[in-house]
Write a protein that binds this ligand. Structure first.
Ligand SMILES: Nc1ncnc2c1ncn2[C@@H]1O[C@H](COP(=O)(O)OP(=O)(O)O)[C@@H](O)[C@H]1O
Ligand SMILES: O=P(O)(O)OC[C@H](O)CO
Length: 514
């Protein structure tokens, strides 16, 4: 397992600690009042692939890692719990866990957001209940990506679980709920809560009332007794019990993509960010009313600060971006490190006619097609591995362009600049390609850890560490900017070829296989 240990400039206290429980790792970052990083600790966890399309995490390992990285970050910062005014939580979204509230033991590994085992169940629910109902009430298409069908799968497949759940012994939560419950005492009085952003990814929360939707619960077949209480994203849920941060208020929870929106200070309607990690997620703040999507985006909650009204967002989710680079490294052996893809792709002028659509687990936004699978198209003898490397980077940029087009159609807002963050943004060629394909500037902030920063900001607001969102805006500083250089004809021609390549992915998996 790889661990990252970074210690930045020490500010003067007090501080806010943020925990990011992500898909590949858990990390804890301590921030000072200027939003600067004081210390970081990070630990990866095992990715479990029991069958093709199935992805699981061991939640006990994750909770152990969380405790370790929290202690690591606090020790590296050279501070104590007295210096930490609040803890914020952010997390991989949709990943679904059920555990026994009397023992604290998970009943099964967590089912990860990428897991496609509920495809058939979603089709069945679509036939019985209707796609439109889910879209209308929850803002989401009925897809295996979301938590609700995963809960139903666990209830149907773990022996005796439904009876235990109906008897009130079992709790369900996304990773925010699991971390907060454990942090606040677990079996010794842990609080069972989630926030509006995480709840908005379950297919179970009504987007208009911000409450669990009883009709949907009964149509999926989930007993209300397992559900956490839905709270705002920034308020004190409880206090840490035991551990190095004993007594510190636990004061925020946000899904990681919403946390990045918050950390990028996209507080005004029309402001958008895109985060480039394992997958890529573009979110646009749409203000106080949910905007329906007619172009394959998700309507979701952006954040809610205490008792203020919720702020909504439109989201374009791309399942495979950074993980395609990992695939080139680990499965294909064409590069030795993720960073090497830039050197390889830069050794050629263009893609040599090749297009790579990484529909490895179907296509997410804007298509939502579980039957799609990956293709490399346009191959001739001319094409080298360098052209393929270029096509890999272009795939991320074109998928962003498709989502940006859908956002403009749904919101009426033209993208004037895109704020970016995440591991892939260290790739200059990718960032330039993105500006070229979007025909808009791409800007990266000084603090690239926007996910943790957003959770820290929300926790800090909840305890009065920062007075308001204006104070947070003042901390945002630009570190780099890429401006478009591609001529309009080339862009239009290339986009057309990309869209043709996307068509080739569809319908690969026959109904019964998917
Ligand atoms: N220089 C690079 N060029 C392209 N992709 C990169 C580069 N560096 C890292 N990545 C990709 O970024 C991802 C890691 O980013 P990160 O933001 O830490 O992801 P996550 O939070 O989803 O775990 C990996 O999938 C990796 O392949
Ligand atoms: O943990 P990440 O950064 O891969 O983010 C995962 C997303 O929250 C999935 O919806």
């Amino acid at each position: 397992m790889t661990d990252a240990h970074t210690t930045g400039t020490h500010g003067t206290g007090p501080f806010i600690a943020a925990i990011d429980q992500g898909t590949t790792s858990s990390r804890c970052i301590v921030f000072d009042k200027d939003g600067r990083i004081v210390s970081v600790d990070q630990k990866e966890h095992e990715q479990i692939f029991p069958k093709p399309g199935w992805v699981e995490h061991d939640a006990t390992e994750i909770w152990e890692n969380v405790q370790e990285v929290v202690a690591g970050a606090i020790v590296k910062a050279g501070i104590t719990s007295a210096d930490v005014k609040a803890i914020g939580i952010t997390n991989q979204r949709e990943t679904t866990l059920m555990w026994d509230k009397n023992t604290g033991e998970p009943v099964h590994n967590a089912l990860v957001w990428q897991d496609t085992r509920t495809d058939a169940l979603c089709k069945e629910l679509g036939r019985n209940v209707g796609q439109d109902r889910f879209r209308r009430e929850t803002g989401l298409p009925l897809a295996s990506y979301f938590a609700g069908p995963k809960v139903r799968w666990l209830l149907d497949n773990v022996e005796g679980l439904r009876e235990r759940a109906e008897a009130g012994d079992i709790l369900f939560g996304t990773m925010d709920s699991w971390v907060i419950w454990n942090l606040t005492g677990g079996t010794d009085g842990g609080v069972h809560v989630t926030d509006v952003t995480n709840a908005s990814r379950t297919l179970l929360m009504n987007l208009h009332t911000m409450a669990w939707d009883e009709k949907i619960l009964s149509s999926i077949g989930i007993p209300a007794a397992v559900l956490p209480e839905i709270r705002s994203s920034a308020e004190v849920y409880g206090h840490a019990k035991g551990g190095i941060l004993d007594g510190v208020p636990v004061a925020s929870a946000l899904g990681d993509q919403q946390a990045a929106l918050f950390g990028q200070t996209c507080f005004a309607e029309g402001e958008a960010k895109s985060t480039y990690g394992t997958g890529t997620f573009m979110l646009m703040n749409t203000g106080g009313t949910p905007v329906n999507s007619y172009n394959g985006l998700l309507t979701t909650v952006g954040y809610q600060i205490g008792d203020k009204p919720p702020v909504y967002a439109l989201e374009g989710s791309i399942a495979v971006t950074g993980s395609l680079v990992q695939w080139m490294r680990d499965q294909m052996g064409l590069i030795k490190s993720a960073a090497e893809i830039e050197t390889l792709a830069s050794s050629v002028e263009d893609n040599g006619g090749a297009y790579f659509v990484p529909a490895f687990s179907g296509l997410f936004a804007p298509y939502w097609r579980p039957d799609a699978r990956g293709v490399i198209t346009g191959l001739t003898r001319y094409v080298t591995k360098a052209h393929i490397a270029r096509a890999v980077l272009e795939a991320t940029a074109w998928q962003t362009r498709e989502i940006s087009d859908a956002m403009t159609k749904d919101s009426g807002v033209e993208l004037t600049a895109l704020k970016v963050d995440g591991g892939m943004t260290s790739n200059n060629l990718l960032m330039q390609t993105l500006a070229d394909f979007l025909d808009a500037p791409v800007v990266r902030p000084m603090v690239a850890e926007t996910t943790c920063l957003g959770a820290a900001y929300a926790a800090g607001l909840a305890v009065g560490f920062w007075p308001d969102t204006d104070a947070l805006r003042a901390n945002w500083r630009r570190a780099a900017e890429w401006t478009p250089r591609m001529d309009a004809d080339t862009r239009a021609r290339e986009y057309k070829s990309w869209l043709k390549a996307v068509e080739r992915t569809m319908g690969w998996v026959e109904d019964e296989e998917s």
